[in-house]
Design a protein around this ligand. Sequence first.
Ligand code: ATP
Length: 334
Amino acid sequence: MTAAVQLEDVECVFGSGASAVRAVDRVNLSIEAGEFFTLLGPSGSGKTTCLRMIGGFTLPTAGRIRIGDADVTLAPPYARPVNTVFQDYALFPHMSLRDNVAYPLMVRGVGKAERVRKADELLALVQLPGLGDRRPSALSGGQRQRVALARALIGQPQVLLLDEPLGALDLKLREQMQTELKALQRRLGITFLFITHDQHEALSMSDRIGVFNAGRLEQVGTPPEVYNAPTTRFVAQFVGAANVLDGETARRFTGHGAAMLRPERIRIGGAEQARASGTVAEVQYFGAFTRVKVDTGGALLQADLPADPGTSAPEAGSAVHLHWDARAVHALAG
Ligand code: ATP
C-alpha cells in the first residue's frame, strides 16, 4: 500500500558555516493513509520545520518527500494535496465565517451557490451550524479554531497538517477540542499530521507518535509502545514521568546497565522482599495521585501513589520500602 506521506532522508539546514542550524536531520518516516500521526517534541526540536516541508512552505536541503504516489519535494504549496491549520487560526477578520470557510473554493473559481452550500455543510460538521453570517471577532478561541479547521477541510485535502492547533486554548476547551478533532478525523478518514509538545495530547489522540529531539526522529510507535518501551533515554524522560537509573543504581535495583521505571509502577510496602529502601525526601499532592520522592542512598526514586482516602501518604523524613513488579523495569541502551 502506498503511504500517505513519505519522508526519505529529509534534511533542513538553515544558514551556512558556523551559524548553520540543522533543524531537521535525515528524517525517514512513513505515514499511512487514514492515520492520526503526531510529531511530539520540545520547542525547537524541528517539528514545525518538518511540517512546513510537507506543506511546501520550506524546501528541504536534502532528501525526498512523497504524498501518495507523487514526489512533491520541490512542488509549491498550492500544488500539494494537503492543507494546514495553524495555531493562530489565520482567519480573515473582515469576512463572514461562511466566506472564510469558502475562501479556498473562491480562489479555485467555484460558483457562489456551491460555495455557500459547502461552507454551511462544513460549519455544521465542526459544530457551528447556522453561524455563517458572523464575523470571527464574535467567536471564542475554540470556535475560531473550528472555523480554521472547516476552511482547511473544504478543499478535501488528502492530508491535513495541524501545527499546535490547540495550543492557545485553555485546558478544558483544549480537552474538548481533542475529543472533537479525533472524532472528526475518524469520521472523515483523512490522514492527520498533528504537532504538539504536549505528551498527554499526543498519547491520547494519536494512532502513532514520532518523537523528535534536536532535529532527529528518535522513535516512532503507538502510544503504548512509546510510553512502555522507549528506545532512548530522551523518549523515556520526555514522554511521561520516569525514573531513569544508571550505573551502580541500575545494576543494584534492576540488573541492567541502564533502565527506566515509571513512578506509577512503584508501591510502598513492608520490608520483606522490598526492592529498595530509603527515606522520603519530598511529598507532592496532585489530587489523583501523590508523588513521593525517596532517597535510596545513591538515587532518588519517584513513586506516584494512587489517591486512596483510606490511607495517608508517608511523611517527609520517614523510612519506606519500595516494591515493583519485575515487568515494570524497561532496560535502556547504555
Ligand atoms: P516549536 O514547538 O517551538 O515551534 P519546533 O520543534 O517546531 O519548535 P522548529 O520551529 O522546527 O522547532 O525549529 C527547529 C530549529 O530550527 C530551531 O533551532 C529554530 O530556531 C530553527 N529555525 C526554524 N526556522 C528557521 C528559519 N527560518 N531560519 C533559521 N532558523 C530556523
